[in-house]
Design a protein around this ligand. Sequence first.
Ligand SMILES: *Cc1c(COP(=O)(O)O)cnc(C)c1O
Ligand SMILES: [Zn+2]
Length: 386
Amino acid sequence: MTFRCTSCGHETGPATLCDRCDGFVRFSCDDPSTLQAAIEGDFWAALPPVSERIELGEANTPHISLDSEVHDGIAIDSKLESLNPTCSFKDRGSALTVSMAADPETTFEAVVVASTGNTATSVAAYAASADVPCAIVMPEGTSMAKLSQAYAHGASVFTVDGTFSDCFSLAQQVSNNRIINGTAVYSANPFVASANRTIAFEILCDYGDIPDWISVPVGAGPLLGGTYAGFTELYDHGIIESTPKMLCVQSHGCHPVVEAFEHNRVVRAWDEPITTDVGAIADPLRGYPEDGEHTRQSVLESDGHAVALSDSVVHRWTEQLARTDGIYAEPASAASVAGVVESNAVKPGETAVALITGHGLKEPSEAEPTVTAGATVDGLRTELLG
Ligand SMILES: *Cc1c(COP(=O)(O)O)cnc(C)c1O
Ligand SMILES: [Zn+2]
């Protein structure tokens, strides 16, 4: 098992960036038997060893086929990452990050996290379980549901009058060899993308094969890049014969990765105002555009595609998923399903797995439910049976 620079290949140990070229560091298995254990369901086998695993029941999330009639005949399966312990996929990375901080063999003893919500909640829960001090920096205006969840776990919560990028820059300045930056971006935290590889292993474990496409809602993209890295690792060891195409889905009101993909140029930070309310994927990458570029490279390498959606399309699919499939997803997560249908990249007859990254209870719809006052027996029967 090795921590290696993704740019120059140098073996680094558990560092944040490569000490030779500043490339991103990622962990991979050299021994095919550990990969074999991972694709048989023991996902920790593919992660760096720790003295004690801080676990809350993360990973091994279910797959649900979506109603194909409403998806233009494309067979879409969803992977319900929303059913992780704190209701988002971020738990995969947090379990590993906090295990590292809790390990007496490392120099780390506390965690700081910049987050639009889900990472904060997730790291706070694992930190509580491991009794590791945890401070969270969120943009002002973050969903109260997410803030309360993080606060309930006893984390110290700070807000910043700025974007996620401002929070990130603060967390980077605070982090040192005793404080680990648990933020879910490649350049700060080599553990998140490595932990997200396990999604690839589970998909192979569950299907015995790989789908044509994996659709992923993208902020900076360690979820997309990590999942793709898991597939390439399986490919490099001769376990699968091809890798899936990665579909990168962003919101039109902040889509630096998609914009660069469309213009076939390097990812730049998003300088325009952020005009989307799909917060979990609104990352302007200010100060760390190379994170987005790393994601774009994964999309290109996979022969994939990138698409930006309007908020109204995302909200329509959020509602659709709840009403036709019984899946209550947060809007950022419904974007993965919407992307498959709206992008025109996935052809009928192809298979796609859309990652439902977070639970709808995190960001409940603000629409007033329609309620009929004065319930009666007859009224209820007529409503149900006509
Ligand atoms: C964090 C998050 C994403 C984006 O993941 P990245 O790895 O930052 O690109 C997507 N959906 C939800 C619900 C998230 O919390
Ligand atoms: Zn390097």
